[in-house]
Design a protein around this ligand. Structure first.
Ligand code: 2AM
Length: 177
């Protein structure tokens, strides 16, 4: 007889902007994107790895793995915009991906695999989604580059309610080295 399904939480690892960077990202979004479904400023982030819906033991495994990682801080320059037709999103991101970001993402992908999750087959494309359900022209965003010093990363819970997704950072880890 089937038992009660184990409860799960929808989780992802992300770079979570501080107040000043969040403000800059939100300003670009507000100044350039009109009559579209903008991501609320409080939700702006850069996804590093996406475990998706996981049980509590898997969450514990992910947190333990993240805690064992050693990765140095790095700087990001958010300097260009793009549009992806398939999910129909307009995003901004770094033209140059610093070595520190590659190593952070590689290490997190290894943590996910070690916790039994399916390996990510898609290449990592760092981006901050500014708006969804957009059209090609919406991607033509020119803006003053945003400097973002990355000193930590976090595990975030995504909760969907009728008003849309809400993201709650659960735990931060400092980058050192
Ligand atoms: P997006 O910014 O491109 O929409 C919470 O849903 C975060 O996880 C969002 O940043 C979203 O990316 C990302 N995400 C959602 N589904 C995903 C998937 N299947 N693979 C990778 N990232 C995903």
């Amino acid at each position: 007889m089937p038992g009660t399904p184990e409860p799960t939480r929808r989780l992802f690892f992300a770079l979570w902007p501080d107040a000043a960077v969040r403000q800059s990202l939100a300003t670009v979004s507000k100044q350039h994107l009109h009559r579209v479904k903008r991501v609320p400023p409080a939700n702006l982030h850069l996804t590093l790895a996406f475990p998706g819906s996981v049980t509590q033991p898997v969450q514990q495994c992910l947190e333990a793995g993240a805690g064992r990682m050693v990765a140095p801080p790095f700087d990001l320059l958010i300097d260009h915009a793009g549009y992806w037709p398939r999910p129909r999103i307009t995003w901004i991101g770094p033209t140059r991906i610093p070595a520190g970001l590659w190593s952070l993402v590689t290490a997190l992908r290894q943590v996910l695999e070690a916790c039994g999750l399916v390996p990510e087959s898609r290449p990592f494309q760092p981006h901050i989604t500014l708006a969804r359900k957009t059209n090609p022209g919406t991607g033509a965003v020119e803006f003053e580059p945003i400097h973002w010093s990355i000193g930590n990363f976090c595990l975030v819970e995504s909760v969907t309610d009728p008003a849309g997704a809400k993201y709650f950072p659960l735990r931060f880890w400092k980058l050192e080295g």
